[in-house]
Write a protein of this length. Structure first.
Length: 86
């Protein structure tokens, strides 16, 4: 059984069609944007839709809180885990 961390990494690769990257290449604590994985705002939108479909989490597009959730795989994992508890 996959961990939530691995699921999120595979979702990122699948949704954003990152064929040259494996889940092992993505560091859980590394930034998803900028110097980290190098995602942009379009990637964030696509990933947000995928997270909503798969895990039922709802995110505001321009919220500071949403930016914090998209900081890393770890922060997305915390968001989803918290959502599951509710």
């Amino acid at each position: 059984m996959q961990t939530l961390d691995e699921e999120i990494k595979e979702l990122i690769i699948e949704v954003l069609q990152l064929e040259d990257i494996s889940p092992a290449d993505i560091e859980s604590a590394a930034p998803l944007f900028g110097d980290g994985l190098g995602l942009d705002s379009i990637d964030a939108l696509e990933l947000g839709v995928a997270l909503q479909k798969r895990y039922g989490v709802t995110l505001s597009a321009n919220s500071e809180e949403t930016r914090k959730h998209f900081a890393s795989v770890q922060s997305l994992e915390a968001l989803i885990a918290n959502h599951r508890k509710q």
